[in-house]
Design a protein around this ligand. Sequence first.
Ligand code: MRU
Length: 358
Amino acid sequence: MTATQLPVQQVYSVQWAGDIRGCLQLIDQTLLPLQLKVLSLSTIEETFEAIVTLRVRGAPAIGIAAAYGVVLGFQKALHGSTVSESREIAFQACDYLATSRPTAVNLFWALDRMRAVVERNKNLAEPADIAQALLREARLIHDEDRRMCHAIGEFGAQLLEDNSGVLTHCNTGGLATSEYGTALSAIFTAQDQGKNLHVYADETRPLLQGSRLTAWELQQRQVPCTVICDSMAAQVMREGKIQAVIVGADRITARGDTANKIGTYGVAVLAKHHNIPFYVAAPRSTFDLSIVSGDDIPIEQRKADEIVNGFGRQTAPSGIEVYNPAFDVTPAELITAIVTERGIIAPVCEENVRGCIG
Ligand code: MRU
């Protein structure tokens, strides 16, 4: 793994450099906002580690990184494997990456597409031809995400009023996607249209994606932003500062129940109480129509240290019991609308979700 320091304008969360023997470049998001460093990953194991440790994070970005990770894993098939051995290497790469993080369905969606490429290209003569097909598919996933983010921005911006306060949770911008983002794309697009918004960014305990990443992205684009502790959302709503909430998603079921960063559910309950619309923005790669109830979404459990020893300082007694679910599920009835690249789903119910996405 090598690291390069680059000016902001030149970087994307995830990039592939070179041909089938190339490498995966990504911003190390664990270092932001203090350092903007681009890592060059040349193995599937490094990709796995980058996903698990959240160097690359955010549902769409995880899917894109994993697709390129399969290409990295497949590179060993270019050293004398038969076609049938190389197919096995590709499937093993997909299975391995699928164990990195359980909640964001974009990961499994992208890996299924990579598996389907191997299936479709049974008759290719050389592993190098399969590698070309895999890289083409990873690039397609990446390009499609770019288009989906911009379309979500166009639809989402319609929901945000000029001169309003918007609360968001976690990070849903260019860092979490190919570029521009999902929920933040709506905010950026509204700003591009000349709307004047003030964003309240929940800091998003325990890993602070809101204060470290969202605040950084908003500052880069000169969107007025105030960081608040997660526990302040109720007070800020009560003070009348928030006219809309917009968040991203890691997995949305057929009836619209939505898994997103831990704390999102609480924000939705607060929004309901204060009569503030609560919007979710996500591409079709985040929908899992194979399940209906949010109770069936697997919730990632992360290490205790993220809570009691975050950012290098112990903040609870040694040996204390800790519970650290990384996501929660907001039930569909608390969601005013879901913004997708295909349009706005409202009211949020199974018929409308399947009608838009299915
Ligand atoms: O654990 P993370 O940082 O990967 O969680 C990210 C989120 O919960 C985002 O809100 C979600 O992936 C949407 S990103 C467009």
